[in-house]
Each structure stands twice: as structure tokens, then as C-alpha cells.
Design a protein around this ligand. Sequence first.
Ligand code: ATP
Ligand code: MG
Length: 255
Amino acid sequence: MSDLAKKKIEVSGLSVSYGGVTALDSISLDVYEHEILSIIGPANAGKTTFLNCINRMIDSIPDARVQGTVKIDGDDVRQVRDVNALRRRIGMVFPLPVGLPMSIYDNVAYAPRMAGKTDKTRLDELVERCLRQSALFDEVKDRMGDLGTKLSGGQQQRLTIARALSMEPEILCLDEFSIAVDPVTTMRIEEVLKELRKEVTIVLVTNLVQQAKRLADRTALFLDGKLIELDSNEIIFSRRTADQRTFQYVQGLFG
Ligand SMILES: Nc1ncnc2c1ncn2[C@@H]1O[C@H](COP(=O)(O)OP(=O)(O)OP(=O)(O)O)[C@@H](O)[C@H]1O
Ligand SMILES: [Mg+2]
């Protein structure tokens, strides 16, 4: 990544504890605009906690204590007064698709409508664009009125991505999106993400080391709440890692 690349997210000294137990331990890292940054690491490494700090979902966990800063475009997210406005800038895709019990069309149109976009023609255009961007449009174009929950798991996950895109976010965070998705759909979504990075900045938490290798520009390894190493994929997936644990984790020797 060149020194001229713009920092979209700047994380500094970020620590989180739940009821006194440390989950993230002084994480500092930057995410550049239009890159795909992967975060890998075993269970309980703090990956999901990290994503939850970006859009302040962490606020909804009563025992969570957060220290340090997360800045987006230079602004501290914890100083933001309108959390909903912040969250509209950050699309989130969770491990299991969460289909809203409404039509395919409405799943995508819901958030824009809530934000006051009600013009039918423009909504139609937006829904189609988001469904195309998530590689779902051709499969659902003739049944937009069907319940989203009737789609297959892989289709529902793509619907979740379409929904995340419906607010035209600047940042897209994905948390192990392929856990419930077959390999073919996973590859399709990976293609989608490669295209999307032209428009958004992507933070991809994945338990699939090979997925990080295929997709990301840079990869970070988290272990026990600590950032062990963050570097270009060229380094992380080589023998030249700065930390021996990175090499071992990537080789599948633990985790
Ligand atoms: N709501 C919570 N309350 C208490 N402890 C929590 C909570 N959420 C996470 N933790 C703890 O924080 C640590 C980090 O969890 P986190 O979910 O961020 O890890 P992860 O890397 O996403 O793991 P996984 O790969 O299993 O999803 C774990 O020890 C976990 O038990
Ligand atoms: Mg997790």
C-alpha cells in the first residue's frame, strides 16, 4: 500500500474487556481506503469484538468496556452523536444470514425507505443495483415478491450483502460470511467483494486462511486479543513473516 493511500479507519490503542476479562488488548492498525483487509485468527481472538467497535455495536453489550480510539475519516467514532448515521456508513454482514421476514425486494428496500427514500423508480433502481452487486439479481428477478427467508442459505447470505449495500456504505465489514455457504457461492461472493472494493473499504474477518490469501491486500493475525502481525499478503503468506506464530498459523500448525 503506498504512503499516499488514504487512511479510512485508524485504530489506536483499542482495548476491550467484558466484565473485566480482556478480549482486545491495545490494538493499533490502519485500514486504507479501497483495500480489503483480512483479519484471521482462532476462536476467541477478538475478531468479532474488533468489528463491533468500528460501528459501535459494542455499545449494546452492557459489560463491555472500551478504551482507545477508532477513527473513520479522522473522526473518533465514540464522539459521534448520531450512531445511526454512523452505522449507515458501515455495512455489516454476519456469519449467518439474517433474513428479515419480508419479500426479497423489501429486504433490500427496507433501510433506504426508513431513511426517507420512497420514490418507486429510484428504489427499484437501487434494489436492482444492490442485488446485481451481490450477484443475486438473476436468480431472484422474477420473484422479488417472494419471502427472503425462502431463499437457500447461500442466496440469503447474498441477500444480506445486498441489504448491507442498500445504504451505500463506505465501509463493509464481513464476519465469517461463508460459514453457512457452499464453496461455489463462497467463490461467487469473493468475486463480488473484489468488484466492490472499487467503491468501498472492506474489513473481512475470516476463519479461512486461504480466503484471506485470495482476497485481501493485507492480512492481520489476531491471537488472544492481540495483533500479532499485519502486513501485505506477500509477506504474511510467505516464510518472511516477522513473527513465527504468523507463519505457523498460516501453515495450519495451530488454531
Ligand atoms: N458479549 C460478550 N460477553 C462476554 N464475553 C464476550 C462477549 N463477546 C465476546 N466475549 C469474549 O471475548 C473474547 C473474544 O471474542 P470474539 O467473539 O471477539 O472472538 P472471535 O475472534 O470473533 O472468535 P470466533 O472465531 O469464535 O468468532 C472471547 O474470549 C469471548 O468469550
Ligand atoms: Mg467471531
